[in-house]
Design a protein around this ligand. Structure first.
Ligand code: PNS
Length: 191
């Protein structure tokens, strides 16, 4: 079976990721979307929550499997018997990091290829961090993520900040200055 892996943090999955998933799933018999589970990194969503959002968002794609992994990507690729790693490239700024990743993965496992797919121009500005920032300041993220994801983000904000968030929603920008130090720092997990 011609199987590929599309790895990432997916914290949370965006329409940019889904565009890559849909397009690359047409190129392989099976595409495994692999969520990194790195206990040292702070994520907004747990692995189970990220799995749930990805499963819901890809249920129309019959050959897409959602899984999580820890450790080295190439080791996981071997376990899954995948010969290709798919990566999305948005802009030049992604290139340097992705080149480094592709090079070390090639060094570690020469038989596994990294395939770069250019992100659809519509989503070239989009990242999970941007989505979290817009949602945190009560902006509309409907055109950035599927409905299941936007529901989960707003719910997460409410769970995390409760009354403070409701206060913020009513006072909008004015209150935003007070929130910056507390909420932003905790909520906007890097990258
Ligand atoms: O969505 P992200 O956070 O940019 O995804 C990064 C990811 C998961 C693809 C990358 O961090 C990764 O492959 N991590 C696994 C560890 C590994 O194999 N690193 C490369 C060799 S040091």
């Amino acid at each position: 079976m011609n199987r590929a892996i599309y790895p990432g943090s997916f914290d949370p999955v965006t329409y940019g990721h889904l565009d890559i998933i849909e397009r690359s799933s047409r190129l392989f018999d099976c595409l495994v979307v692999a969520i990194l589970n790195n206990p040292k990194k702070d994520y907004l969503f747990s692995v189970d929550e990220r799995i749930h959002m990805l499963k819901e968002s890809t249920k129309h794609l019959y050959n897409v499997e959602i899984d999580s992994f820890s450790g080295l990507l190439v080791d996981y690729a071997k376990i899954k018997d995948a010969k290709v790693i798919v990566k999305g490239l948005r802009a030049i700024s992604d290139f340097e990091y992705e080149l480094q990743m592709a090079s070390i993965n090639k060094k570690l496992s020469p038989s596994i290829e990294t395939l770069f797919m250019m992100t659809n121009n519509k989503y070239s500005y989009l990242s999970s961090s941007i989505v979290k920032e817009v949602a945190l300041f009560n902006g509309n993220v409907d055109c950035l993520v599927p409905p299941i994801v936007s529901n989960c983000i707003y719910q997460k904000i409410k769970d995390k900040y409760g009354d403070k968030y409701n206060q913020y929603k009513t006072q909008q920008r004015y209150y935003c200055c007070d929130l910056k130090d507390t909420m932003l720092e905790e909520f906007l997990i890097k990258k």
